[in-house]
Design a protein. Structure first.
Length: 286
């Protein structure tokens, strides 16, 4: 069985990108179900799949995050990876689907989990907002705050990879990827067609629409939002990116990883010990 890719709500499990995309495991209502029920579910996943990678947003309730850490501690298992990158919810859903695509390939669990950090660099995620008054994920100037109170104002915000904010108007744009991508759009309670303009400026292959995740309003500070995300969709490109990076073995648990930190046991490579200080030379007083 391929490594399980889990998300914390059904609206974070995007439809399959292709016929090879493995289904997402949805860990529903972790903060509401009895602890023993959630523990039994996670244990069953580990027994069935060998390893589980949980991808979740930083906008999930704190109780969900606490429950995930509690479950991992109770199981005393290094086969569960918790991955919470600094991406908006739509970007998280896209990343989880990319891992689901790669889960069908011949990648070891450690390399697959490590791929999450690598692939975040190729995701451009942002939103069109009707107000930035409660936006705290991206730096907002006092001038932008003041303009957000003007009726009809809309703002384009890029949260990743480099935070940017512009007021939408003639000529307004955001710096986009320098490689070919697809774009997803998720519409909330805001009427805006600006994402169509942006998709043309970014020369995306195509634009598709998905439902807005429940976590998005919390992440962006408003339900008046149209979230967008451009990403690499082709499995062969994703696979080539991941396999072109040098692999290492974790010095602690022995699993193969890419990068400098094991996503399962959280160990980092041991640092080189600093050289011992040289003894002070004794000098004979003149």
């Amino acid at each position: 069985m391929p490594t399980a890719i889990a998300v914390t709500s059904a609206d974070m499990a995007l439809p399959p990108q292709d016929e090879r995309t493995v289904p997402a495991v949805v860990l529903r209502d972790l903060d509401k179900r009895p602890l023993e029920h959630a523990l039994a579910e996670l244990q069953g996943l580990v027994e069935q799949h060998g390893h589980v990678i949980v991808v979740c947003s930083q906008a999930v309730p704190a109780a969900v995050t606490q429950r995930l850490h509690t479950l991992r501690s109770l199981m005393e298992s290094d086969r569960i990876a918790l991955f919470r990158p600094e991406l908006p919810p739509l970007g998280i859903a896209v990343l989880a689907r990319q891992l689901r695509q790669l889960a069908s390939c011949d990648l070891s669990p450690g390399v697959l989990a490590s791929a999450g950090r690598l692939l975040t660099h190729y995701i451009h995620a942002g939103a069109v907002l009707g107000s930035v008054a409660r936006l705290d994920r991206v730096p907002v100037s006092l001038k932008a705050h003041a303009k957000s109170w003007v009726p009809g104002s809309q703002f384009a915000v890029l949260a990743h990879p480099e935070p940017r904010l512009v007021r939408i108007g003639p000529g307004a744009t955001l710096a986009g990827p320098e490689f070919a991508t697809w774009m997803l759009v998720a519409k909330g309670q805001l009427q805006s067609e600006w994402t169509g303009t942006l998709s043309k400026a970014w020369s995306v292959h195509g634009l598709r629409e998905v439902p807005l995740a429940a976590e998005s309003a919390h992440w962006w500070g408003t339900s008046r939002v149209v979230e967008f995300c451009s990403y690499l969709a082709d499995l062969s490109v994703l696979y080539q990116l991941v396999t072109s990076v040098r692999q290492n073995s974790c010095h602690w648990c022995g699993i193969d990883v890419i990068g400098d930190r094991c996503v399962f046991c959280s160990a980092t490579p041991p640092g080189h010990e600093p050289p011992a200080p040289r003894a002070l030379e004794q000098r004979t007083p003149a």
